[in-house]
Design a protein around this ligand. Structure first.
Ligand code: MIG
Length: 770
């Protein structure tokens, strides 16, 4: 190819590079974000990125021989006549460099005939044999010193290098293990640290796609898709935090949850089979003085698994019952599946049928597959009218007293084979197929549910979804689906939640105790400890497994369980602050250490410790029988929460961890809000708040609002700045006063004394008591 046919046009931050008969468009979104687009004639509607994210950005484009360079203050993007893309950071360190060679086969040392034999027994052979006819693929060089993170809640470990993954939402009942390539969610955000330099690549394509992150070869990594446009964002910045923030800038942050959503929740498939069983659970929580915010109602509360119905044989008066629980401080979260029972006497089915709201076969008939209600139709959630319709029906549950909605089976899961790719669905206002809409099916169901709740209640909606795509975090919290009561799954919950956090899902959790298989007293205890700061804090289990409520294993386990629930509640104001910060800086609450300490090589694949915000480090036991463990403390000084002992960082210490202990370390010179031990989180403002000092001096910004609705968006919130200086002077300032529930009393717990401040109505200031 001659350079003559290689050129660019540039207008309004869009640079179109043309090479022969091919072209590629580079959109400068902001200095740290450049979008790469190649048109394959497919839908350009994005489910992940809503609205125009471009901001006025200074940039330069130049052609020098065989290279066109687009340069912002943060990124340099170079394009060659083959439309290969290379990216450098502001200091010219390579971030993404294309790979020129061919893909190579994983050497299995077998010939074609033997591969056939292996296959005939049902085993897999390396996918690369088939990969050569990929629709398109992007190959980039892999450095020996390069680590990968993100991709949502995939199985395995924190650093994704050395594994391959698929993006195709799938319900997987077998025990989730690290060799699985895909689960319920598809979040195609890849973060890399190349020779210490961070970057991100977000491939916004809902069709089935594939990552090979150095499994096939140590020379390159691959992104490949089955269909769609080539559409990805290059993310840059000085730190990994900056790059993660770029991603949440594009796809959105988790909106502030209601305060009670951070409290403890109990669930089990089967509770809602009858009212007395639910009552018994709530009674026991009271009797044992265990905090409880919500009980989740699985599919059993419905009439024959028909969505938007309530079985009045089981619950004579659901509204009265839910109201009575609510008076006792307990909310109910019922489940919804997408499948609508094919039943001519059922209003929801009739209505959906009449309006053409269900996914269809190619011949125009309604697509039917079997799920819990039997033969069912599947709402076409990509159609905005269907989402409105679904949202309106959510009111039925809310009117009966539901405090949120749990959405399940929305991969969608089906019993009689997978939904074929050619099932007809809608992509907003365009006809489409399951091939494109499958991975956003759960996303659109969650969005519909969120908007339905928001319109009906005006409160911050509580939606939990199993399936998700990039950007679903704006509408819903997620859980990691059907884990099992296995030690491996306890261990894996840490990297899963940390990678979900980096992938935008700051509000996520796993089924505490494990969903399938029978838990043990030791496993349940270690799980409630390890999950102590898991934003979504729910014990859930399957129908047929052994019970795993806190009391089933006797007093010893119960006492430990209660102790940790109480400790969780002490941290709720801190968690709420972390969520407030997340809405501002786009960074997760529960964090991999690598996010806070990206330059520390020791933590780049740390799978058994995590941090909460910037200041709290947690090192749980995740192996059976262990009563001591190594704890790596990063740079700085650390104070053990239970003993107050101070440790120097960048060392590994040995912690004694009997069954009733969880090692928690606070970064020295931190003030932490310290909540109250309550059995239910109140919607009324707290009268008192306490801040605890760890170290000698610190400043802390604390956020407060009504914890329920959206009034904070109109300035109805308070911000407090608490300062303790090295000389021991402390002050409490109301640095923003927009919410009239300000604390009457603020305590600051210093190392040797408690200083109490009273709010003075006349001056609107906090005054220390003598
Ligand atoms: O295939 O509704 O992941 O949490 O309890 C089982 C019953 C369907 C799967 C969910 C699980 C839930 C269960 N559901």
């Amino acid at each position: 190819m001659t350079t003559d046919s290689f050129d660019f046009t540039d207008s309004n931050q869009q640079v179109q590079v043309v090479s022969g008969n091919k072209s590629m468009t580079f959109s400068v979104i902001k200095p740290e974000i450049v979008q790469v687009f190649q048109d394959y004639g497919k839908s350009t509607h994005s489910y992940a990125v809503e609205g125009n994210k471009s901001v006025d950005t200074k940039y330069a484009v130049a052609k020098d021989g065989d290279v066109i360079t687009i340069k912002t203050d943060a990124l340099t993007v170079k394009v060659d006549p083959q439309l290969h893309v290379d990216v450098y950071d502001a200091n010219n360190h390579p971030l993404v460099v294309h790979y020129d060679g061919q893909r190579e086969s994983i050497n299995q040392n077998i010939d074609a005939a033997h591969k056939k034999i292996v296959r005939s027994e049902g085993h897999e052979v390396a996918a690369v044999d088939e990969a050569s006819h990929a629709y398109y693929e992007v190959l980039n060089q892999l450095d020996d010193d390069e680590q990968f993170y993100g991709l949502g809640g995939k199985t395995g470990f924190l650093n994704k290098r050395g594994y391959e993954y698929d993006n195709w939402n799938t319900d997987e009942p077998r025990p989730h293990i690290e060799s699985f390539t895909h689960l319920y969610k598809s979040i195609p955000i890849l973060f890399g640290i190349k020779q210490g330099h961070p970057y991100g690549l977000f491939f916004d394509n809902t069709y089935r796609s594939h990552f090979d992150l150095g499994k096939e070869s140590s020379k390159y990594y691959v992104y490949a898709a089955d269909d769609g446009n080539l559409n990805y964002y290059i993310l840059g910045g000085d730190t990994l935090k900056d790059v993660v923030a770029d991603y949440t800038y594009l796809t959105g942050v988790v909106p502030l949850p209601q305060r009670w959503m951070l409290g403890y929740q109990q669930s089990r498939w089967g509770y809602s089979m009858d009212q007395s069983r639910v009552e018994e659970i709530v009674d026991k929580f009271e009797q044992y003085h265990l905090p409880l915010e919500a009980v989740h109602f699985d599919i059993d509360y419905m009439k024959g698994y028909r969505v938007f119905t309530w079985d009045t044989d089981k619950f004579a008066d659901p509204k009265a019952f839910l109201t009575s629980l609510r008076k006792r401080g307990v909310r109910v979260i019922p489940i919804l599946d997408p499948g609508v029972k094919q039943d001519d006497d059922y209003e929801i089915y009739q209505e959906g049928l009449k309006k053409g709201y269900f996914a269809k076969n190619k011949d125009g008939s309604v697509y039917i597959n079997r799920v819990w209600p039997g033969k069912s139709a599947f709402p076409d959630f990509g159609n905005p009218d269907v989402r409105k319709w679904w949202g309106k029906h959510c009111k039925f549950l809310l009117d009966n007293g539901a405090a949120g909605i749990w959405t399940d089976m929305n991969e969608p899961a089906t019993f009689d084979g997978d939904m074929p790719d050619d099932v007809v669905m809608t992509d907003e206002d365009q006809p489409s197929t399951a091939k494109m809409m499958h991975n956003v099916y759960g996303h659109n169901m969650a969005k519909a549910t969120y908007n339905g709740i928001k319109n009906a209640t005006g409160k911050r909606p509580y939606v939990i979804t199993r399936a998700a795509y990039a950007g679903t975090q704006k509408y819903s919290t997620v859980w990691t689906g059907d884990n099992q009561s296995l030690w491996h799954h306890l261990q894996m919950s840490i990297p899963q939640l940390c990678n979900l956090g980096m992938s935008g899902f700051s509000y996520a959790g796993t089924d505490i105790g494990g969903f399938s298989a029978d838990t043990t007293p030791e496993l349940l205890t270690r799980w409630i400890e390890a999950a102590l700061f898991s934003p979504l804090f729910r014990n859930h289990s399957a129908l047929q497994v052994r019970n795993q409520e806190p009391w089933v294993f006797g007093k010893h386990v119960l006492d430990i369980y209660r102790k940790f629930l109480n400790l969780r509640y002490r941290f709720i104001p801190y968690l709420y602050d972390c969520f407030h910060n997340e809405t501002q800086d786009g960074l997760p609450v529960m964090r991999a250490l690598v996010l806070n300490y990206p330059d520390d090589r020791t933590v780049r694949n740390m799978n058994d410790e995590y941090m909460v915000g910037d200041d709290v480090l947690v090192a749980p036991i995740v192996q059976q029988g262990q009563t001591a463990r190594a704890v790596y403390l990063p740079k700085g000084q650390w104070i053990a929460l239970d003993t107050g002992v101070e440790y120097a960082g960048q060392t590994t210490i040995l912690a004694n961890v009997p069954l009733d202990k969880l090692p928690i370390f606070i970064k020295k010179n931190t003030l932490l809000p310290w909540g109250q031990e309550v059995e239910h989180i109140s919607d009324q403002p707290d009268k008192t708040m306490t801040f605890r000092l760890f170290g000698d001096a610190a400043t802390y910004t604390h956020y407060q609002d009504d914890g329920v609705d959206f009034n904070y968006q109109n300035g109805e919130y308070n911000e407090y700045t608490v300062t303790v200086s090295t000389s021991g002077d402390c002050s409490v300032d109301l640095t923003h006063h927009g919410y009239d529930g300000q604390y009457k009393t603020v305590n600051v717990q210093l190392n040797d004394q408690l200083v109490t401040f009273k709010y003075d109505d006349k001056t609107a200031k906090y005054v220390a008591e003598k």
